[in-house]
Write a protein that binds this ligand. Structure first.
Ligand code: 4NP
Length: 152
């Protein structure tokens, strides 16, 4: 199983999602692969936002090794599932998919957390630290369910 997490900048939400999923996969002993990407090229080559790194580190997950990259059409061939943080990301992803069938691999992350009241993971970039904690909690719920959904 190869899963790509996608947001706008690839420095806040999607590297946090990648870190949480990577941690769970490691603890479960699964050989799944994860990566993350941004629909934009704003932060290519950059480490995750320091607020994202700190929020994760306080919860014992190190994402300092991750680097920003931009989503590319070939990601739709390489990955089994491409998970968007919000509807805008999902639209932009589908727009660069090589064809309609491959575009169906792209879904909303929060589709895996149907009991949560929010369908989109809010962009924490322009807000305060509390936004990153909210993102962490939402992503933890979605990743836990994702593991169960894919294995069932
Ligand atoms: P992300 O957050 O999409 O969760 O990585 C953002 C990071 C940077 C920008 C926007 C969102 N930006 O406009 O630079």
């Amino acid at each position: 199983m190869k899963i790509l997490l996608v947001c706008l900048g690839n420095i806040c939400r999607s590297p946090m999602a990648e870190g949480i999923l990577r941690d769970m996969i490691g603890k479960e002993g699964l050989s799944w692969e994860t990566d993350s990407a941004g629909t934009s090229d704003y932060h290519v080559g950059e480490a995750p936002d320091l607020r994202a790194q700190r929020t994760m580190m306080e919860r014992h997950i190190d994402i300092s090794d991750l680097r920003g990259r931009q989503l590319r059409p070939s990601d739709f061939e390489e990955f089994d599932l491409l998970l968007a943080m919000d509807e805008s990301n999902l639209r932009n992803m589908k727009a660069i998919a090589p064809n309609l069938e491959l575009a169906r691999k792209a879904r909303l992350m929060m589709d895996h957390a149907p009991d949560h009241r929010m369908r989109e993971v809010p962009d924490p970039y322009f807000g305060g630290d509390e936004g990153f904690v909210e993102v962490f909690d939402m992503l933890t719920m979605a990743c836990r369910n994702l593991l169960a959904d894919v294995r069932s």
